[in-house]
Design a protein around this ligand. Structure first.
Ligand SMILES: Cc1cc2nc3c(=O)[nH]c(=O)nc-3n(C[C@H](O)[C@H](O)[C@H](O)COP(=O)(O)O)c2cc1C
Length: 209
């Protein structure tokens, strides 16, 4: 038996809470921006994903109008800093609704490092950063989707294995429902089966056909 949830009957906030509980886990983009007045802003956004490979474009969604969105629109760039497990409390602290004149970097005590290609700083202790130039925005109801072209990436040498970022070293946090967050959990590995080999059965790629 299934229980039905009708968005129209439930209304905005209950369905928002419901969606956050079923669209899980969500990666967390820790977005740094700089305002037109030069204030460095930092805020987590879990409505975040890759939108395009070539050119490389990522997206995050501002639910309502927030400093991050205002800054991106005003100055045209942002940085996606990976949200690592060891910065859990600091990441959450940067989601406090500080007024636009206060920098979360300073209020929370997060060290900056200069970006290579864009004005907003990177989070020094985050192991991976994607520097983005604003590509476009799409307004959807009460939210705005921000697309950014990745113009530079910087990764800590300590999380690379054979030149590739290693997830067990990145240790990304994820966002779940309610006030829940997730950590890496168990890592599974499997290869994809090309259709030409499908007749051998899923996962059985070798042997006689
Ligand atoms: C883990 C986490 C993920 C969040 N994801 C989003 C999101 O995807 N979109 C959004 O608008 N707010 C999100 N928030 C809330 C914002 O971080 C919060 O409103 C913050 O104050 C916005 O900061 P700003 O005004 O400096 O941009 C999230 C909060 C947390 C803790």
């Amino acid at each position: 038996m299934r229980i039905d949830f009708d968005p129209a009957a439930l209304g905005r906030n209950p369905f928002y809470t419901f969606m956050n509980a079923v669209v899980v886990p969500r990666p967390i983009a820790w977005i740094s921006t700089t305002s037109a007045d030069g204030v460095d802003n930092l805020a987590p956004h879990s409505y975040f994903t890759v939108s395009c490979i070539d050119p490389p474009i990522v997206q995050f969604t501002s639910v309502g109008r927030k400093d991050s969105l205002n800054n991106v629109e005003a100055t045209g760039s942002f940085v996606v800093n990976l949200a690592p497990e060891h910065l859990f409390e600091q990441i959450n602290a940067t989601s406090t609704d500080f007024p636009p004149g206060i920098s979360e970097f300073d209020a929370v005590g997060i060290a900056r490092e200069p970006s290579t290609r864009v004005k907003p700083p990177r989070v020094a202790a985050s192991p991976a950063a994607l520097e983005c130039e604003l590509h476009s925005t799409v307004r959807l109801g009460d939210s705005t989707v921000v697309f950014g072209r990745v113009v530079h990436a910087a990764v800590s040498e300590s999380v690379l294995v054979d030149g590739h970022p290693e997830v067990t070293k990145l240790r990304p946090l994820t966002r779940l429902g309610k006030n829940e967050w997730g950590t890496m959990g168990e890592l599974l590995e499997i290869t994809r089966v090309p259709y030409a080999e499908w007749r051998n059965g899923p996962g059985r790629t070798g042997g006689a056909g």
